[in-house]
Design a protein around this ligand. Structure first.
Ligand SMILES: [Zn+2]
Length: 341
């Protein structure tokens, strides 16, 4: 059900007032708008009725419900930089005198709302959009922004992922393919530096971590690092190992970030509030401890079920296990990543 739902929604047009879509005053446009509203409402009801028929609520269903209902919040980080949260993964906007650069685009159903919130904060049109990776809660606004002429920028593997169907094991996520206007038009391999006003954005891909197309953005002189889903605060991360992600890759990328930042750095996680260096270090230490425990179990020949039964995350679950994945699901992901299957 989800792949079809996403596939349909990724090709749908967004309605409503938007800074990048000026209002039309023609009667025809109003009629088209009404028809679109009816279609969107019917689609939503259909999707809801499908959801209610499910016996259990999965990780993705819970996350989507949260993304669709949470208020969209705006936090100023100073220097024309804003963080938006609630409509999927965290979004960051960087404004200069004439334009706004956006980092990630939330879920598709709230893209017009995000667009309006960004304009309200920056009063500048969005001209560039960076995707930190390919997941739907970070790329849902791509079709809206891309069809309005916004340049979409990403690590090159993101374009390949969005161009095809994506499946993430253990959390039952199926998505894509995305329409052409939602695909990145500017890609890079390892590093790309952009300027936005007085801010320099260093885009770094330190190898596969959460996925095989992760971008970490270093903002200078603001001293802000956007880690996306390599860092969830305070949740266990999702390891999309069929898209090349791995637990070791996440740890390696965090180590690169820690060595390239300092005590004053502010860290934007993929989900959760703005974080400090101590928060990121605590997260890194939790991952390393669980990695070491599961590695020991794998080397002694334990199966996935036996690893889960050993509860290698138990003492961390109260703090980290209340997000999108609980300790058992994270233990399965970590086992698969470490054991290679
Ligand atoms: Zn993700």
């Amino acid at each position: 059900m989800l792949p079809k739902r996403f596939a349909v929604r990724h090709t749908s047009k967004q309605a409503g007032p938007s800074p990048i879509f000026p209002r039309s005053k023609s009667i025809l446009s109003v009629l088209v708008l009404l028809i679109l509203c009816v279609i969107v409402c019917c689609s939503a009801l259909f999707a809801q009725s499908n959801n209610s028929s499910q016996k259990t609520e999965g990780v993705i269903q819970k996350a989507i419900a949260q993304f669709e209902r949470s208020p969209l919040r705006t936090l100023s980080l100073g220097s024309g930089i804003y963080m938006f949260s609630g409509d999927g993964g965290n979004v960051v906007a960087v404004a200069d005198d004439s334009s706004t650069l956006l980092i990630d685009s939330g879920i598709e159903s709230r893209a017009a709302e995000l667009d309006a919130a960004v304009f309200e904060a920056t009063h500048r049109p969005i001209t560039r959009l960076i995707n930190t990776h390919s997941h739907f809660d970070h790329t849902g606004g791509n079709a809206l922004f891309g069809s309005a002429g916004v340049t979409i920028i990403a690590q090159r593997n993101v374009k390949a992922r969005l161009s095809s169907e994506q499946d993430v094991p253990f959390i039952d996520l199926h998505d894509g393919p995305y329409p052409n206007q939602a695909l990145p038009s500017l890609t890079y391999a390892d590093n790309l530096t952009l300027e936005q006003g007085s801010e320099q954005l260093r885009l770094a891909h330190f190898g596969a971590a959460h996925t095989d197309g992760d971008t970490i953005v270093f903002l200078e002189p603001a001293n802000v690092v956007i880690l996306s889903d390599i860092f969830s605060e305070p949740f266990y991360p999702i390891i999309d190992f069929t898209s090349g992600g791995s637990l070791q890759g996440i740890i390696d990328s965090i180590d690169q970030v820690l060595s390239a930042s300092n005590e004053q750095t502010r860290y934007v996680p993929g989900h959760g509030p703005l974080a400090t260096r101590a928060d990121l270090q605590a997260y890194r230490n939790m991952l390393v401890t669980i990695r070491d425990r599961i590695t020991t179990l794998v080397r002694s020949g334990k199966t996935m079920d036996q690893v889960v039964a050993a509860q290698p995350t138990k003492d961390f679950d109260a703090k980290w296990g209340t997000g999108y994945v609980d300790g058992n699901v994270f233990a399965k992901m970590a086992y698969a990543s470490i054991a290679g299957h």
